[in-house]
Design a protein around this ligand. Structure first.
Ligand code: ADP
Ligand code: MG
Length: 727
């Protein structure tokens, strides 16, 4: 019977339950993995492969190297070394010796692996306490009678309910159901890059015979993802401005002039250039899409302030969206005050704004009484409707999703957009990933001469940090003490981190657990007691002569505001805080920061944290206290010591450059990119961009017969985003 290619192609969007062996229970388990349709299943790519052709034995495996070992489970035990920590320990034997396998926080392995099972483990071999070991390796039970095609076993992301072995079977059935599907890539492109057909690539990425074949499949699928992304961005950009009259802002008006004149300092050369570039983009009669990139503390806020004033001068309105209440409030107090002094009517709207006040602000914004509205996610609420939004500014844009950005922009008719971010991204990649984006960079802090030094201290040395803190306090300066998260909430966070670790593994990156604290939901789980205890202890002992304040995510907005105000006013000199202070907090008189258990934080986060000091003219000292003996942790902390530059740090830590973060969407896959790694695939991104441009030049709506399948794929890949942009 001939294969019905059209039917196979259309079946991609049918529910996954049509695939053989997918019972309702399994369908539910698959949904947890984000797999709802056959398409989702076929793009549920393996997170790694076990290359059975590279098998070592317990005896021959070399310490420090990554390899696969096949053996029999001699014993499996659940251990609880600490009340909040569970680990599974497996003694694996083969004819040549013993390997001790330790798996943290995967207690369900006790149900999946039994003594006597044949398993393959894949990971880095270490040597400790007399045994060769692997920690958190990939473990695969080689089921009895299970056929392993070729010598490569794919390991798909799995759950407690659905083992990798089951996912493997279901994927194989899914491939069967979709056999013969169309290839949407125009033949010319496939030939030019010698790409496999889509059908072959999907087969080969799930069940490669060799690792080389898997690489070839990946190459084809990465190109495909990127081509869709570029086509989407270009078409979307064109659609956003179509039919709307873009705003040409007045950039030499009185409010802008008054604002600039009122600043207490002179802009640095880089800030001036960024300001000019932004104002030029606003003045142009096109829809501006501008990103201002600068490391923490480089003074992006004041530059953005000019844009807000220009909107007010142009009889337009602007919104400034910030990720946290503390930050929004700070913008209101600093920037807001300067703007008001210049005749701009500014208001603040957050989740804790009282109902009556909120109603008045919403009304004022709708009627045009308010020129600039500063706020948090509260701004996105449907009843916040500006009269004439001409500019949307998003601070810390990496903390917002594509959908939130779209929602804000949809509040106006093709408003200009300005994004502020400290996430480093090379220019060419930013252009490729955002479509028509213009960029400004600020590389240096205003007070670069005032140095900020970072030192890593062991627990025993932490007295040095307190000594330095007391000296600073004696000079009238202020101190941050950052507490780590501990206790059961930390465990929940670690479980989340484990999920991300799997993604990172899939991307071939090293993973650092502590990069995990990212949003307010995470922060809400702070271990409040630990921070409280630390604050009390420090007040009684080390800092008895000063006033110690406490700031953590469990506090109400009002209490947070109060302590921040006291700290800003100098009534509180030592602020003990959880990572609530991570983003944006600006107290130039704070010159010392002590971070406890620094190894528990990610580099990105540590860098954000230390950005809270050294913001004034005085030199600043950062102390990273860690009791860790782990080589990897210490190497990461040493990187903090050796460079103060976020961009350099990012080169060291690839995890800072996850493509999801850069697209402003943390949900992996929601951005339509599942395989792309922007570090590795830079050249492909550029090629896809050029190809997309060429395609749209000859066929702007992708209507030619050769392009219809392509257009459909682009729509489907980004259905989520375009639905929001359109709505
Ligand atoms: P970020 O880029 O991290 O958002 P901010 O905009 O918060 O940085 O600025 C950091 C600090 O530097 C603030 O205290 C701000 O007032 C100050 N600042 C900004 N520009 C200058 C300047 N040109 N001269 C002196 N201080 C400045
Ligand atoms: Mg900022």
């Amino acid at each position: 019977m001939p294969i019905d290619r059209e039917k196979a192609t259309l079946s991609l969007d049918e529910p996954v339950s049509r695939v053989r062996l997918v019972s309702p229970a399994r369908a539910a388990a698959l949904e947890k993995l984000g797999v709802c349709t056959l398409r989702d299943l076929l793009t549920h790519f393996p997170r790694s492969y076990i290359d059975l052709s590279q098998v070592e034995t317990c005896g021959t495996a070399r310490i420090g190297e990554v390899c696969t070992i096949r053996g029999t489970v001699h014993e499996i035990k659940l251990k609880k070394p600490r009340y909040n920590l569970k680990l599974v320990e497996i003694a694996l034997v083969d004819g040549t010796g013993i390997l001790v396998v330790t798996c943290f926080r995967q207690p369900w392995l006790m149900d999946q692996v039994k003594a006597g099972d044949a398993v393959a483990v894949s990971g880095k071999v270490t040597f400790d306490y007399g045994y060769k070991r692997m920690t958190n390796p990939f473990i695969e039970v080689i089921g009895e009678g299970e056929e392993v095609t070729g010598s490569v076993v794919p390991v798909h992301p799995a759950t407690e309910k659905l083992t990798a072995a089951w996912v493997r079977r279901i994927v194989a059935n899914g491939l069967e159901a979709a056999e013969g599907l169309f290839d949407p890539l125009p033949l010319g492109l496939r030939l030019r890059y010698r790409l496999m057909s889509r059908n072959a690539a999907l087969r080969a990425i799930h069940f490669p015979r060799t690792m080389a074949e898997a690489d070839e499949a990946r190459r084809r699928l990465v190109y495909e993802e990127l081509l869709y992304l570029e086509l989407f961005l270009m078409q979307e950009g064109a659609a956003r401005s179509a039919g709307c009259v873009p705003h040409a802002h007045v950039v030499d008006g009185p409010r802008l002039g008054a604002f600039a004149a009122s600043l207490p300092f002179e802009l640095t050369g880089e800030q001036q250039r960024a300001r000019d570039e932004i104002l030029a983009a606003l003045a142009a009669p096109t829809v501006a899409n501008h990103m201002l990139l600068g490391d923490v503390g480089t003074g992006k806020t004041v530059v953005a302030g000019h844009a807000l004033a220009a909107a007010a001068d142009s009889e337009g309105q602007a919104m400034l969206l910030a990720p946290t209440e503390v930050l929004a409030r700070q913008h209101m107090e600093g920037l807001g005050e300067c703007l008001e002094g210049a005749g701009v009517r500014v208001a603040l709207l957050t989740g804790s704004t009282a109902a009556a006040e909120r109603a008045a602000i919403v009304e004022g914004f709708a009627s045009g009484q308010v020129d600039v509205l500063i706020g948090t996610h509260a701004l996105l609420s449907d009843d916040v409707v500006p009269r004439n939004l001409t500019l949307a500014v998003i601070d810390e844009q990496q903390r917002f999703g594509v959908d939130q950005r779209a929602k804000l922009l949809a509040k106006g008719q093709a408003p200009d957009a300005l994004y502020l971010t400290a996430t480093p991204i090379p220019r060419s990649l930013a252009l490729a990933l955002y479509g028509n984006l213009t960029l400004s960079y600020i590389k240096h802090r205003p007070h670069d001469s005032a140095r900020r030094t970072t030192r890593v201290l062991s627990r025993e040395q932490q007295g040095d940090a307190f000594e330095a803190a007391r000296e600073a306090l004696d000079r009238g300066e202020q101190v941050f003490v950052v507490c780590p998260l501990v206790g059961k909430d930390a465990e929940a966070r670690d479980a989340k981190a484990a999920g991300r670790a799997r993604e990172a593994d899939a991307a071939g990156e090293e993973y650092h657990p502590a990069v995990a604290i990212e949003d307010d939901a995470d922060l809400a789980g702070d271990d409040v007691t630990a921070a409280t205890r630390e604050a009390e202890m420090l007040q009684r002992t080390t800092f008895a002569d000063w006033t110690v304040g406490l700031l953590h995510g469990g506090m109400g907005a009002e209490a947070k505001r109060e302590v921040m105000e006291q700290f800003r006013a100098g009534e509180v000199q030592v602020l003990v805080a959880t990572t609530v202070i991570e983003v944006g907090v600006d107290v130039p008189n704070a010159t010392v920061m002590i971070v406890q258990d620094a190894d528990r934080f990610g580099l990105a986060q540590l860098h954000q944290l230390r950005g809270r000091v050294g913001r004034g003219e005085k030199a600043a000292e950062v102390f990273l206290v860690s009791a860790s003996q782990r080589e990897e942790s210490l190497a990461r902390l040493a990187a903090m010591e050796s460079t103060d530059d976020g961009f350099e740090l990012a080169a060291f830590d690839l995890s800072l450059r996850r493509e999801g973060d850069i697209l402003g969407n943390r949900q992996h896959g929601a951005s339509g990119l599942k395989l792309v790694n922007i570090m590795r695939d830079g050249a492909v991104i550029e090629a896809a961009r050029a190809d997309a441009q060429a395609l749209l030049e000859v066929d702007p709506n992708l209507e030619e017969p050769d392009h219809v399948a392509l257009a459909r794929e682009v729509r489907l890949a980004f259905a989520h985003e375009s639905a929001i942009v359109g709505g």
